[in-house]
Design a protein around this ligand. Structure first.
Ligand code: CIR
Length: 405
């Protein structure tokens, strides 16, 4: 059996994707051009065979050029794709026509070269236009579909190394307590290692020394299937965090959507449970942010339930959900537990925070041992991590990563 897209190494995947896209574009361009050209010039079998011969070398060259160019990320930005498509179509048609003429016994003369340049705006023009259109539609779609499939099938964890200015992070509901930045670094390493040990491939969002809260990467992106919704954090100081997160999301092949002004939304306010996204309406996420997310979610077959959140920073500072969909949290932190279909109280405030690692396993902070015991008694495996330094900044176990699976 062949390896699935997700099993391949990134280089092999880029190579196969690029070859497939180049093949699809070259074959489609060839067939379409031959049919259109023959139709224009009288569609007899003889004309068809002749036209087929004229564009044969061109199509082989188009395939080779695109297959080689596609190993680089040429399909990521429309303008780059267009430039490469035009160049590949021009080169392929020029050299393809040259080869066809030479093989047919024509000597290379100045007259022949002039004729080739003229052909760029003559008989080769149709080929070039069809090739560029094929790259921009078929080629791009094929590459994006394969990238999205590969991303969806992998277990990725996007993380962002703490800033040396971590201790200056924002505080809203807690008093400032001194943060041990070295301990925070060690705890972050422990958190990342725990994810790695559970089979996640770590992806680093480039760290930002000047952004104290950037380690809380969860607030910058909301993942819905193969799509990353780039948020617009409610704290103006945190809005610069999204650019690098967006770039990394693009690089791992996620499709992008955005929350835009005047909407604000923090990822920490979004709790997915089955096809429902519970969204906290609190200090960071406003009504317009929720409205925009509702529109985006509907396109992906998800519904949004807005949850008033006044007692804590984010909805997920109060509640998260177990793999079976039970919402858990400390009752003192939840505005209204009746918002959730099934709610289980836990004994500690930090016990309401879990990251679902798989159907049987959750990640929890070591600061909630009794809640961990309760969750174990429900048949789950609990992986514990120490994150005290991040808890001092109103962070919890969910906010240090964005999982893509
Ligand atoms: C803030 O106030 O934005 C940060 N100090 C904490 C963010 C924690 N994020 C989260 O729980 N999702």
């Amino acid at each position: 059996m062949g390896a699935s897209v997700a099993d391949m190494t990134p280089t092999l995947r880029r190579l196969t994707t690029s070859t497939l896209a180049a093949l699809a574009v070259a074959v489609t361009t060839h067939l379409l051009t031959v049919v259109l050209f023959s139709a224009i010039n009288g569609a007899t079998l003889e004309v068809l065979a002749q036209v087929n011969g004229i564009f044969g070398f061109t199509s082989i060259l188009l395939f080779v050029f695109l297959a080689i160019a596609g190993v680089a990320p040429i399909y990521r930005h429309g303008a780059v794709t267009l430039a490469v498509a035009i160049l590949a179509a021009l080169l392929a048609s020029w050299f393809g026509a040259l080869l066809a003429l030479v093989v047919a016994g024509n000597p290379i003369t100045q007259e022949l070269i002039d004729y080739l340049w003229l052909s760029v705006f003559g008989f080769n023009l149709l080929y070039q236009v069809v090739a560029v259109l094929a790259v921009m539609t078929l080629g791009r779609r094929l590459v994006r579909t394969r990238d999205a499939a590969a991303t969806a099938a992998r277990r990725l964890a996007l993380v962002r190394m703490p800033s040396p200015r971590l201790a200056e992070g924002l505080l809203t509901h807690q008093d400032r307590v001194e943060v041990d930045v070295d301990l925070a670094d060690a705890q972050w390493e422990g958190y990342v290692e725990a994810l790695r040990a559970e089979g996640f491939t770590l992806v680093d969002v480039p760290h930002a020394d000047e952004l104290p809260d950037s380690v809380f990467i969860e607030d910058a992106l909301v993942i819905i299937g193969g799509t990353a919704v780039v948020t617009r954090p409610g704290a103006p100081e945190r809005q610069h965090e999204t650019a690098a997160a967006e770039q990394t999301a693009r690089e791992v092949g996620l499709r992008l959507e955005r929350i835009v002004e005047p909407g604000t939304l923090d990822g920490g306010d979004v709790l997915p449970v089955g096809d429902t996204l519970y969204v906290g309406r609190g200090g960071r996420t406003n009504a317009e942010g929720i409205r925009q997310l509702r529109v985006i979610a509907a396109r992906h077959g998800r519904s949004v339930v807005a949850v008033p959140t006044t007692k804590v920073l984010h909805l997920k500072s109060a509640v998260t959900a177990l793999p079976d969909g039970t919402v858990i949290g400390h009752p003192d932190l939840v505005d209204d537990v009746s918002m959730f279909r099934s709610f289980l109280p836990v004994p500690e405030p930090e016990g309401g925070h879990v990251v679902i690692l798989d159907d049987h396993t959750v990640l929890m902070a070591a600061s909630a041992p009794q809640s961990a015991e309760l969750i174990r008694s429900l048949g789950y495996r609990v992986v514990s991590v120490d994150i005290t330094e991040f808890e001092k900044l109103e962070g919890c176990v969910t906010c240090l990563s964005v999982l893509v699976r």
